[in-house]
Design a protein around this ligand. Structure first.
Ligand SMILES: [Zn+2]
Length: 85
C-alpha cells in the first residue's frame, strides 16, 4: 500500500515551482492550493479560472479551478517535468 510522498514540481525550464504532497500513485494532474507547499512562483496569486499561472520563463503551468469546492491548480502537462510516484 502506497502512503504517498511529497513531490517537487518543476517547470520544463528547470525552475522550481512548488512542493505538493501526492497521496496516491500515478500522474500528478491537479493540486489543491491549500496543500501546495513552498509556492515558488506565486500560484496563490493566480486569478481563478481563465488565465494560467505562469513560471518565470513565461510558460503557463496550469489553471486554477474550483474542484469539489476547493481551488485547485490543474497542471499543464506540457509545461512541467513529469512526475510519477
Ligand atoms: Zn519555466
Amino acid at each position: 500500500m502506497s502512503k504517498g510522498r511529497t513531490v517537487q514540481v518543476e517547470c520544463q525550464c528547470g525552475q522550481f515551482l512548488f512542493k505538493y504532497f501526492k497521496a496516491c500513485s500515478g500522474r500528478l494532474i491537479k493540486c489543491f492550493l491549500d496543500e501546495i507547499q513552498d509556492d515558488g512562483v506565486g500560484i496563490f496569486d493566480a486569478p481563478l479560472g481563465i488565465r494560467p499561472a505562469f513560471c518565470g520563463c513565461g510558460k503557463g503551468i496550469g489553471i486554477v479551478r474550483i474542484v469539489r469546492r476547493r481551488p485547485a491548480l490543474k497542471l499543464n502537462q506540457g509545461a512541467i517535468q513529469k512526475i510519477r510516484i
